[in-house]
Structure formats: C-alpha cells, structure tokens
Design a protein around this ligand. Sequence first.
Ligand SMILES: [Fe+2]
Length: 555
Amino acid sequence: MRVLGVNSVFHDPAAALVIDGEVVAAAEEERFSRRKHGKRPVPFSAWEQPAMAARWCLRQAGLTPADVDLIGFSYDPALVRPAADMGIDDAWDDLRTVYAARAPEFLADELPGLDPARAQFVRHHVAHAASAGLAAGPAAGSGAAGSGAAGSGDCAVLVCDGRGEQDSFLAGRYSGGQLEILATQPLPHSLGLLYEDLTAHLGFLRSSDEYKVMALASYGQPRFLDLIRAKVRPVPGGFRTDPVNWSELAPARPADGELTEAHADLAASVQRRLEEVLLALAGELHEQTGDQVLALAGGTALNCVANTVLHERSPFGKIWVQPAAGDAGTALGAALQIAADKGEPSWSMTDAGLGRGFTAAEVEAALRTARVPFERPADLAGATAEVLAGDGVVAWFQGRSEYGPRALGHRSLLAHPGRRANLDRLNDVKGREKFRPVAPMVLADKAPAIFSRGPLPSPYMLFVHDVAPDWRDRIPAVVHVDGTARVQTVDPRTQPLTAALLAAFEERTGLPVLVNTSLNTAGRPMVDDIRDALECFGSTPVDALAIGPFLVRRP
Ligand SMILES: [Fe+2]
C-alpha cells in the first residue's frame, strides 16, 4: 500500500511516502521553496500544501499522484473546538479549520490525478506520536540507536508542542503498532506556546527561534524560577501554564536589541521549569507503563538540554527522539500510523537521510554547466581532511538530505574544532548570533572518551553532553560556555564516508572530532540540491565544497 503523509496546517509543511510500511522518501517543503519553515503558522497560510515535496516523494518512487492509495493529513479539523472555548485568542482560527478540511482538494489541485476521496485526517498529536513511537522501532529497545537488534518495539511516548487541534500534550504507549492514549492536555495550557511567548518577548522569531532561547539560557541564572514555578506546574495527567507577565521580569527586547543579564536569567528560569515539568510528566508516564523506552516528538523534543535531563533523571532506561520532532515529522507519522492501522510491516529509522540525493553524473553535469573547476580525488575523505586540517572551512554535500532541522553529515558545514576562532568564523559565514554554539561530530567509538552525561551513541544531535576537562582546550570551538557540546556520533556502518573523513582528520590532527553546522546562510533553509550548494559556496567564504565524489576548491 502507498501512503502519502502530509503536514500543512501550521508550519514546516512536509511530505512523506510510505510504501508497504517502509518510508521511501520524506522531505520538507522549505528545501524546495527556499523559504525557511515553509510558511508562517498563521491561519491565512493554512491552505498552502507541500506540493513540491509531495511531487518529489512520488517521483522518487516512480509513482504518479493517481498511484497513491491513501493520503494522511496530520491534523483533524473535526477535533477543533471554537477558539474561545479553547481559550485561544485568535479570531481567525475558524479559517484554519476550514482550510484544513479542504486540504485534500487543495493538494489534488496541485497534484492532478490525486484522489481527494482517499484522504484521512490523523489527529495531530497521534501523528507526532507515531513519528517517534513507530519510527523508533526495535532499535529503541537496543543499546545502539540505528542498530536493528533486540527489543520488542513497544514503548511509552510523550508528545509536547505548541498546539494541535485542541491539545498541547499527549502521553501514551505503543504496543504492536497501536497507540493507547493515557493523557492529554487541552489548550490553552501549553508548554510550547509558553516557550514561544518567551521567544517573542526576547526579540526572536516565534515558532522558529526557540533554540536560541535554549542557547541563551546557558548564560543566565534561573533567578526567576520561583515565580515561574507558581505559574507553570504539573498536575495529574498534564500541567497548568498560567499567563506570565514577562515584562515584569525583563524588558521586552526589540529584534537585534541588546541581550542583557535579565534576558538570559529569564531564559534560564523558563528552561529550568520546562525541564522540571517534562520530568514530572515522564515520571507519571513511567508509573503507568513501566516501559524501558520513552519516545519523544513535538517541537519541545528539539530542546536537547531538556532531553538530556530526561535521559539522566527520568526513570526510563532509554530516550529515543524523532529527529524531525517539529511539525515536519507529522507527515512521516501520519503515513506510518495509517500503514500500521492497515497492518503493514513496521519500519524503524536508522538514518535521517530521507530527502533528495544525486548521482555522480548529475553532480558532474551541474558543475560543468556552472563552469566550476573541480577535481575527483582518489581519496575524497583524505583530500577533504587535508583542507580541514589546514584550517579550511568545508561544505560537505553527501548522500540524501536530512529530514528534520539538524545537519547530520549530509548537508553540513565543517571546520577544525581546535581553533577557538572557528566559532566566530562560522557564525560570520552563517550570519548567526555570537552567543550560539556550534556542535561537534565525532567518531562513534571515540565519543565515550571525550563526551559524557548525554546518551552515546547519539546519531541525531538531540542531546547535550559534557566535554571531558582534558578535551576542552583541544576542541574549544565546539565547547559551549557551560562546558557542554551537542554531539552527533558517526557510525561507519550507517555513514561510511563521513566516518572515513573523521578518521582521516584524526590521522592528521589527533582529533576524531569536527565542527559541524548546517550548510546554509542566515535565514535560509538548509542547502538541498546541487544548485543550492553552488550558490552557498559562491556567496560565502567557504574554502572547499566536497560534493559527491568531487572536490571544488576556492581559487
Ligand atoms: Fe505539532
């Protein structure tokens, strides 16, 4: 059976294609439209469909729209209540519901041949839950994420985001591919919306820049914690989030305004409280299920600091996080849930490279068209490591693009971790704020000697780790102000070329670590196709582009 999953209501529109239970393609619309997050999450944009991503998914499998058996939309308009009843202040919420109900027709209009009568609406938080609970698969039960061995595939699941149709949280349990819902939290109470409100108050972009607030929190002291605790508290089966008058604690910051100690302290206070409440929710869920594995999704699960607190302090033995934990991942989840409901075999995620890939011939043709001089080294990993060891910045474009917001060695910007100045250098290339850290990628078998506290292996960069004291001066570019790093471990079994690059770099420098940040410039989505890579290379001070088997050097 061919199931097309679609996320289109809020933001991060995306499509995923599941054939006979297997995910064959998944991609976010932003990678095609070159518009970050695809669209703003306002009611007026809810009609827009991820048509380019959906078209590509079908083409990837050699299918036409008429070949789709079922379409799963990750939002069920029948579950929405009037905004006033939900305590949501949005006079246009009805419009969103109207558009969501019409989504099958809107998509069919852009993909002629698609039959809107084959559409099913999947509850938003069930789609999130499936993206984690079903995709974690048997891998969740074994020690190494990505290795297929052992484990029953049964797990607890916790979803927390800004909002779905009428809820902001779901806790449950997957068994035999079926979800039992144990708790939900109706709006207006929402940990995600609380964090978004703070993001806007701090002068960042709501529903987009929440990770900047998390980074900022490490610079502050949680001196407003007691006040936040009074407003935000766990209750049996959920939580309460009463409105916080942010201005009483720290002045609203205009975009690009100065970040003060009060701003950092406020971020630290809310971050800490988020961790406390998630811990309480996870504790309650464990009491109900007794499971070893907890699968996480929903935008809050991109908070790698909170994920690490859950790993360290919750009663679960293992935390598995869907790398596309935000709304993009619900396209995958909606399709997986429909497939599971039809009794299709289960699939487990072992790599985030579910997007576009290109053959060597396609890359070569594009380089010739652009009249870019290039070489084809016999040892690409060695030649690239040489550039990095000489303190060059390298754009690394290999294999299929990542599904989800993290660059994981498919569309990455790499640099030498031993030079402290490389943090500023990369932030300059990308036009990023100075306070934001860059992350390390590390050979999986070398990671335990360097990184601790967070789980290892950590293939999707969704947890933070402590850097061993004797390593902090050796890899200063990737050590955050609080002595932590957000690690991606690279396993030669799943990413042989990137592992070979790390090994070649270690041979030259003694460091099995590289700085890894996403391949894009400020405000743009990650590079996805060859042309994006050439545009990025042409407009930034990047020293080399390793694309497929080819190396392009800046003259
Ligand atoms: Fe969501």
